[in-house]
Write a protein that binds this ligand. Structure first.
Ligand SMILES: NC(=O)c1ccc[n+]([C@@H]2O[C@H](COP(=O)([O-])OP(=O)(O)OC[C@H]3O[C@@H](n4cnc5c(N)ncnc54)[C@H](OP(=O)(O)O)[C@@H]3O)[C@@H](O)[C@H]2O)c1
Length: 468
């Protein structure tokens, strides 16, 4: 049997509306969530997890009466404290996964997060011939291909549209909307927390630590923000996008992730002088060595703070928004943007996935998947060694000869300085200044910085950012 690895499909049959559901009277409320309806087309849904996303999914299912979806189970640990009065009494609350799996539920929605017991529960669900919708990026980045294969074997589906960029339909956009193109580059702002913090440093000229504290107070950053700040959250999402859009088998660990914590408000001043701003950019690009193999064999991939030109759509992303720019051989650039997180936007993506599965279940008696026409997945070498212009920001104890020492080390590696910029009236003991470099490989700059960072006039290690 063929598997459509990272894809969904839908079909429209006889006596269906354009969304694939039977035509019905607007006053017919017989399929309102949770109400009993013996209809061959009714699709029973169970929710695993009743937190931020889960409760929003339940509310949409409850309030939207124009679908044939019926919420039958809500599972959560210590479930008594989770119960709400706005769900129909027919919805069963449980702490026991067996209650869900032994029921006539068609689609299990996993919005608990974490790797375990989530992975085991999803495997059991698929093995029992039920489809799955998940918003879990860490799980899909690590186990996506195996879970999709299992779904294929069982002639079921696993959809994960909410796992990247929350409510922005980027996964379905890449899989379906741009399936006709040959995509080779995906760039994006995939972490709203980092984007919010960087936007605040830029707008209010505050230090990183202050911006982080305020983001935590407002609920835009976790108490432990490491996953976001150090780029681990975004690289899991980038690994998923590289699979979906570039057909590359990439593990999150193979993607270099660099923290935004060294960015200071002075960097935004310098960036603005260069016609740029600073954003955490997730970047994956296929490079084809046509002479050698004719195949794309290198994937340049990294998550890092970078300078982006003010004219770029990436520079205009404010606050906790997400944006993805996909570039194809035929269609050029396509931009997807919107709310990357939050209960309701993420729940919209989840419900859209549920509806997509429900549609395909109605279109065929058995849910089948096929990969006809999908490019084969490759496993390229992953590298973060981009060729780019570079931004080096120093903080030094001023003395004569500093620029000469730096220029010597850079020139020994064949690196050309483009410009030197110094803010006037800064204290001599903590003097920031900037050197920009002409295009060269990031690895060359890193080698030079190993030597530079041991020089005794540096107050702190040099901040190195690519200029994209
Ligand atoms: N929030 C967003 O904006 C967003 C955006 C995109 C994707 N996502 C993804 O969506 C998923 C859910 O996120 P969320 O923000 O809704 O998280 P959340 O608010 O923490 O909700 C998770 C819910 O699942 C329950 N739960 C966790 N582990 C469980 C277990 N082992 N057994 C039973 N119940 C369990 C939690 O119970 P307790 O109350 O006991 O903790 C909580 O009610 C995650 O994978 C996340 O990465 C979230």
């Amino acid at each position: 049997m063929e598997c459509k690895a990272w894809s969904r499909h839908s079909a429209i049959g006889d006596n269906r509306t354009m969304t694939g559901f039977p035509k019905r009277d607007a006053t017919d409320r017989s399929d309102v969530v949770g109400e009993k309806k013996d209809d061959a087309h009714t699709c029973n849904v169970a929710l695993l997890g009743f937190g931020t996303v889960g409760s929003s999914v339940a509310r949409i299912l409850c309030e939207r009466s124009n679908t044939h979806l019926r919420l039958t189970y809500v599972l959560n640990r210590n479930v008594a404290r989770k119960k709400v009065d706005w769900l129909p009494s027919s919805v069963k609350w449980t702490e026991n996964i067996d209650d869900v799996l032994e029921s006539d539920v068609d689609i299990v929605v996993e919005v608990m997060g974490g790797l375990q017991p989530t992975e085991d529960w999803i495997r059991r669900t698929l093995s029992l011939g039920k489809s799955v919708v998940t918003a879990n990026k860490q799980l899909m980045a690590r186990c996506g291909p195996e879970l999709i294969n299992l779904a294929c074997q069982m002639r079921q589906q696993i959809q994960f549209g909410a796992s990247v960029a929350g409510g922005v339909p980027v996964i379905s956009g890449l899989q379906e909307g741009l399936a006709g193109d040959d995509l080779f580059k995906i760039r994006g702002i995939l972490n709203g927390t980092c984007n919010y913090i960087l936007s605040q440093i830029e707008a209010n000229a505050i230090p990183f630590a202050t911006a982080l504290r305020e983001a935590q107070k407002l609920g835009f950053a976790e108490a432990d923000p490491t996953e976001d700040i150090d780029g681990l959250d975004a690289r899991a999402k980038l690994a998923i996008l590289a699979r979906v859009g570039l057909h590359c088998n990439v593990t999150p660990e193979s993607v270099v992730a660099r923290s935004i914590s060294a960015i200071d408000s002075v960097d935004f001043e310098y960036a603005s002088q260069l016609g740029c701003t600073i954003r955490q950019i997730s970047w994956a690009e296929l490079r084809t060595d046509l002479k050698a193999t004719g195949k794309a064999d290198h994937l340049f991939a990294a998550v890092q703070p970078a300078l982006v030109e003010l004219a770029s759509p990436l520079a205009r992303v404010e606050g906790s928004q997400n944006l993805v720019v996909a570039t194809g051989r035929y269609g050029g650039e396509t931009v997807f943007g919107g709310h990357g997180a939050g209960g309701n936007p993420t729940a919209v993506a989840v419900v859209s996935d549920i509806l997509a599965i429900a549609r395909s279940q109605q279109a065929t008696t058995t849910t089948t998947t096929s990969n006809a026409g999908q490019p084969a997945e490759t496993t390229p070498t992953v590298t973060a060694d981009f060729t780019a212009k570079h931004y080096l920001r120093f903080l030094v104890k001023d003395r004569p000869g500093i620029i000469a020492s730096l220029a010597t080390i850079l020139s020994e590696r064949g690196i050309n300085i483009d410009a030197v910029v110094q803010k006037p009236d800064c204290p001599k003991s903590h003097l920031p200044f900037l050197i920009t470099l002409e295009e060269c490989k990031a690895s060359l700059v890193e080698q030079a910085l190993q030597q530079i960072n041991s020089l005794d006039f540096l107050v702190q290690p040099c901040l190195h950012l690519p200029i994209l």
